[in-house]
Design a protein around this ligand. Structure first.
Ligand code: SF4
Length: 191
């Protein structure tokens, strides 16, 4: 890795996912120190408490599908403010686990109410009720969607989660201003 390359403004975002992709990112272990020497982490759930997605981001890894209004608003905002958006993990790339609720669409005219009823009423041990405080549950979208259905994506990094080795192999060329070769099962296999 060249030490002459300018520092990149680097971000990671957690939409509708289990955080497993971020855990795999943390599995980069000591290489994270090398990464930190070449980037400024300007937004990430694992590295800062910044609430507003900043302007002028160079690279953003986006974990998770787009399942609710908050996910959608953040996806649209980060796209406007990021040069290179990476669809990070199978949930972002395909919808994966969060999109299973799409299978319920049509049962009652839509999956949203079914999911809320299942989670807050049918599976409740005690005190079954929908949350009442405004904003405590973001409005669910009618269908869970992969990231590329709501914003243009520059790079797909599949895996559930992508291994730390695959994440590093994708990021390292970006630090040099190059495009990673996303080909072969080592880089593209789902699951
Ligand atoms: S791709 Fe897998 S590990 Fe990543 S957020 Fe989705 S379910 Fe979790």
């Amino acid at each position: 890795m060249s030490t002459q390359a300018p520092r990149l403004r680097f971000a990671t975002v957690w939409l509708a996912g289990c955080s497993g992709c971020h855990m795999s990112f943390l599995d980069l272990d000591e290489w994270l120190f090398e990464l930190a020497a070449h980037v400024d982490v300007v937004f990430s759930p694992v590295a800062s408490d910044v609430k507003e997605f900043p302007e002028g981001v160079d690279v953003c890894l986006v974990e998770g599908a787009v399942a609710n209004a908050d996910n959608l608003a953040l996806a649209l905002q980060l796209r406007q403010r990021t040069r290179l958006v990476v669809s990070f993990g199978d949930c972002a790339v395909s919808g994966n686990v969060p999109a299973l609720r799409n299978l319920w669409s049509g049962v009652d005219g839509g999956s949203r109410q079914s999911v809320l009823d299942r989670g807050y009423l049918e599976l409740a041990d005690t005190g079954a009720q929908h949350p009442h405080a405004p904003g405590i549950v973001p409005e669910l979208l009618e269908r869970v969607r992969p990231l590329h259905e709501v914003i243009p994506v520059d790079l797909y990094l599949p895996g559930c989660p992508p291994s730390a080795e695959r994440i590093r192999a994708a990021i390292e060329p970006l630090l040099r201003g190059e495009t990673p070769a996303m080909e072969g099962t080592a880089m593209l296999k789902f699951g």
